[in-house]
Design a protein around this ligand. Structure first.
Ligand code: ARG
Length: 270
């Protein structure tokens, strides 16, 4: 009898577990999103022209390429778009646990990340650059090795963070949650050089007119594979819709339009 009860308990536990796992995987699938009538997109709005904060009609909102692309995805699904702000280093975990349905955050594909979440097709090709104060000596800082004894600022959890750690293992790396703080650190002499994505670098430089500059001579090598949308692992149907939206927007020229429009906007407002 005792054995039978033990056996029953095991079967019950296995069943409970199956239901639980099934539920977790299903919670953010296409059907669930359509049932909810909304798709929740998470992002870290410190990354113009991909995402930054604007005030519209007295309310703070996320603007940018990623917000516009998310709108297209929501339209294709026929649901409302809800954007949640969080720090960049919280996005992958939030997608994994289903707190958000997808993330568009200028997130670059990496093999490590792809073990945890699924990536869409690439919608933007990225590279990295170094920014320093406008009066930094270009004769002194010509290669990445010349930065070895400098304080280097990066956004926590980004590929730039990983990259500089690999290139200069002994350098003092200062990682912060937001790029806004990293740039502020540079301007207030707590950081000597910042590693940031190329197109984003241009936006920050335009916004801080004359105070900071890109070190064009310093090549930051990496094998970056471009920015893409992430969804929970196995969320195949949602991923297919997202890939269709990206493909259509590329083919129709709408994606180029979105990039152009946001480059103009973020340059004005940042
Ligand atoms: N592309 C880089 C990465 O994937 C940086 C992205 C930072 N994005 C942001 N919204 N702050 O690691």
């Amino acid at each position: 009898m005792k054995r039978f009860i033990n056996w029953l308990v095991v079967v019950a536990l296995v069943l409970i577990n199956m239901v639980h796992v099934g539920h977790a995987a299903k919670y953010n699938d296409l059907e669930a999103i359509k049932d909810k009538g909304k798709i929740v997109m998470g992002t870290s709005p410190d990354f113009p022209p991909f995402e930054w904060l604007v005030i519209e009609d007295g309310e703070q909102k996320v603007a940018g390429i990623d917000a516009d692309l998310s709108k297209l995805i929501a339209e294709e699904l026929g649901v409302e778009l809800v954007i949640e702000e969080m720090t960049f280093d919280a996005l992958i975990e939030s997608v994994k646990i289903g707190k958000i349905d997808m993330s568009l955050a200028g997130m670059t594909y990496t093999k490590d990340r792809a073990k945890q979440v699924d990536f869409s097709d690439v919608y933007y090709d990225a590279d990295s650059k170094i920014i320093m104060l406008a009066d930094a000596d270009e004769e002194k800082f010509k290669t990445i090795e010349d930065l070895a004894d400098q304080r280097i600022g990066v956004q926590r959890g980004t590929i730039q963070h990983e990259l500089i750690h690999e290139l200069l293992p002994d350098a003092e790396i200062i990682s912060m949650k937001s790029n806004i703080d990293v740039i502020e650190g540079l301007k207030t002499d707590r950081i000597d050089a910042v590693v940031l994505e190329g197109i984003v670098t241009d936006e920050f430089i335009a916004a801080h007119k004359g105070a900071i500059k890109a070190m064009e001579n310093i090549e930051v090598s990496s094998e970056e594979e471009g920015n893409a949308v992430i969804v929970a692992k196995g969320n195949q149907e949602l991923l297919e819709v997202i890939n269709k939206v990206i493909k259509d927007a590329k083919e129709s020229g709408e994606l180029d339009e979105i990039v152009k429009r946001n480059l103009e906007k973020s340059g004005d407002e940042e």
